[in-house]
Design a protein around this ligand. Structure first.
Ligand code: ASP
Ligand code: MG
Length: 586
């Protein structure tokens, strides 16, 4: 007998007929002898309708009342869902978040789960009932109703699966799985039969849009196997599982985030504490920063660029202006109309020439690359918003995602990845949505090469990495800063042993383009990996503060959903590792 959590999204419960059909799926499972917990979203666009209503009443409705209002959407759907099951002659009980005992903090409209009690749900399951749980909502310590942020029902479902030790969490939605890219952007997209948590995390908040990324963080943290499948077709779907169970490919998917805005603090004094000053203030304002690029700079000054959701631009600019004045930065520039295109693959780290392939594909389409950051399994570039879809198409094709066999290997019936003991889960639940930093490692084996004054024209990055690749150099981290005055700065790291060769190649490339090369034969690269890195506004802050306190200057930064890399001078490597490990309690 298995325990299954089934989650039905808004489109799957949009009307009475759909609710009845979804109820049928729960009943089939239950009749087969499984215990079934169903998590339901609000019907159709109900949440949007409620948001719109609130706006008609007030320009600035209070967050507490928004939660009171929005939680009603799910209360309607759970009741109807339970009635549908009952009318077919089965036992069902609906519960609100508060009735289940989903405790959250008091951050209205984007609350975080603190704990979930399972007693009530278990008792009902033992009694033979199908439990219908309202997604997206909880209750804070003062008894206020809270919501988990738009799309939060996924998080409810995975969190319930984790605490109940469910065998699988099935996410029923209007798509039949996770695709190599958004099929609405590119019809040639293909369904993946399996994907790893990390790939999904790198894709999810980048705009793949299939699942709420916090729900994947939960799934990874607690080893919950998640099956995304269609509520309308009887199709196989996509299993999300740990990396060692998924197929390693150089590229699994290409994601488009359309609404990025960039801010650059120009000519910030390059001294310990500058980054901390910027990102601690942004964190305090609750703004989640996405890409961060700090260039090597010259004459003791560096540019710090970062992206934020376009919606947060005004507030982020306000914060940036204030901190620029304090730091003595010469100017704050911004661009509201950008998109981020990312290619993600767990097999990328072992494959050569992946970056070159991506940049070449973009160059062929005449698409200019504004900023670049990389992680072990992802390369992200910032492009003009209007070029986003064309960029996705070019990159998707370059990695053969339209034709390669990306299908046919999932085993939907295997048992859960990690069986934690119930006690262990309860203990870890105490800090359920806390940031989980898994590791911090020091890599002192690399050299850093930086081009300054590279002309900012389409194809420069492609040319550079074509030549670097042709020379057989294995590139690890790549960072391209936001171009200023038509010139960009591009840095990359290579094994220190290849330093001389890299310099020779770099000098040739620079000479041909009127650029200059700055090289550091040995640098220290610190990588912090974990869960929640992207969705916790303060991570960058927690990283930069201990380094600033020790007077350690940061030379280069790059970020992704699950990883933060910083490069510091080689002589500061060991010390940086020590202070960071202490700061993160490792
Ligand atoms: N009903 C909420 C929303 O539309 C939660 C969800 O659907 O996951 O955002
Ligand atoms: Mg939804």
């Amino acid at each position: 007998m298995a325990l299954v959590v089934q989650k039905f999204g808004g489109t799957s419960v949009a009307d009475a007929a759909k609710i009845k059909a979804a109820a049928g799926k729960a009943i089939t499972r239950h009749a087969a002898g499984d215990k079934v917990v169903v998590v339901v979203s609000a019907m159709g666009h109900q949440t949007d309708i409620l948001v719109d209503l609130a706006k008609q009443i007030s320009d600035r409705p209070s967050a507490r009342e928004m939660d009171m209002l929005l939680s009603t959407g799910e209360q309607v759907s759970v009741a109807l869902f339970a009635m549908a099951i009952q009318s077919l002659g089965h036992k069902a009980v609906s519960l609100t978040g508060a009735q289940i005992g989903i405790r959250t903090d008091s951050t209205h409209t984007k609350a975080r789960i603190k704990s979930i009690s399972t007693d009530h749900v278990r008792a009902l399951l033992d009694d033979g009932a199908i439990v219908i749980a309202a997604g997206f909502q909880g209750i804070d310590q003062h008894g206020n109703i809270t919501t988990l942020g738009r799309g939060g029902s996924d998080t409810t479902a995975v969190a319930l699966a984790a605490v109940l030790g469910a065998d699988v969490c099935e996410i029923y939605t209007d798509v039949d799985g996770v695709y190599t890219t958004d099929p609405r952007v590119l019809p040639a997209a293909r369904r993946l039969s399996s994907i790893s948590y990390d790939e999904m995390l790198e894709l999810a908040s980048l705009g793949a849009g299939v699942m709420h990324s916090r729900s994947i963080e939960f799934a990874k943290k607690f080893g919950v196997r998640v099956m995304v499948r269609s509520s309308f077709k009887d199709a196989p779907g996509t299993m999300i599982l740990s990396a060692d169970q998924a197929t390693p490919r150089p590229a699994s998917g290409v994601a488009l985030a359309r609404d990025e805005a960039r801010i650059t603090l120009e000519a910030v004094p390059d001294q310990p504490g500058s980054s901390h000053a910027v990102f601690s203030r942004l964190a305090a304002a609750g703004i989640a920063v996405d890409m961060i690029v700090q260039n090597v700079g010259h004459e003791g000054r560096a540019d710090i660029s970062f992206t934020v959701p376009a919606d947060d631009l005004a507030e982020a600019l306000e914060v940036s202006g204030a901190v620029a004045a304090v730091l003595g930065a010469t100017r704050v520039s911004h661009d509201p109309d950008l998109a981020k295109v990312s290619v993600v693959g767990v097999g990328m780290a072992r494959a050569e020439g992946v970056a070159g392939r991506m940049f070449t594909a973009l160059a062929r389409e005449g698409i200019n690359v504004r900023m670049i950051t990389t992680s072990e399994i992802k390369i992200s570039v910032l492009v003009d918003r209007a070029s986003g879809p064309a960029a996705v198409q070019a990159v998707h094709r370059a990695f053969g995602l339209e034709t390669d066999a990306v299908d046919g290997d999932a085993d939907g019936t295997a048992s859960r990845t990690v069986k934690s003991s119930p006690l262990d889960v309860v203990r870890r639940l105490e800090g359920m949505e806390d940031l989980a930093i898994e590791d911090c490692v020091l890599d002192s084996s690399q050299a850093l090469i930086t081009f300054t004054d590279l002309p900012d024209t389409p194809g420069v990055a492609a040319d550079v990495f074509a030549e670097v690749g042709a020379a057989g150099l294995f590139v690890d981290m790549i960072v391209q800063s936001h171009p200023r005055d038509g010139r960009a700065e591009l840095s990359f790291t290579v094994p220190a042993g290849d330093h001389d060769r890299a310099i020779a190649v770099a000098a040739r490339i620079a000479a041909a383009r009127g650029a200059r090369v700055v090289e550091v034969p040995h640098v220290a690269k610190l990588s912090i990996t974990g869960v929640g890195i992207r969705s916790h506004a303060g991570v960058a802050d927690r990283l930069f503060k201990p380094l600033a306190d020790e007077g350690i200057n940061i030379d280069l930064v790059s970020t992704s959903e699950v990883r933060l890399n910083v490069v510091v001078a080689a002589e500061h490597g060991e010390k940086s590792l020590r202070v960071l490990r202490t700061a993160f309690g490792l």
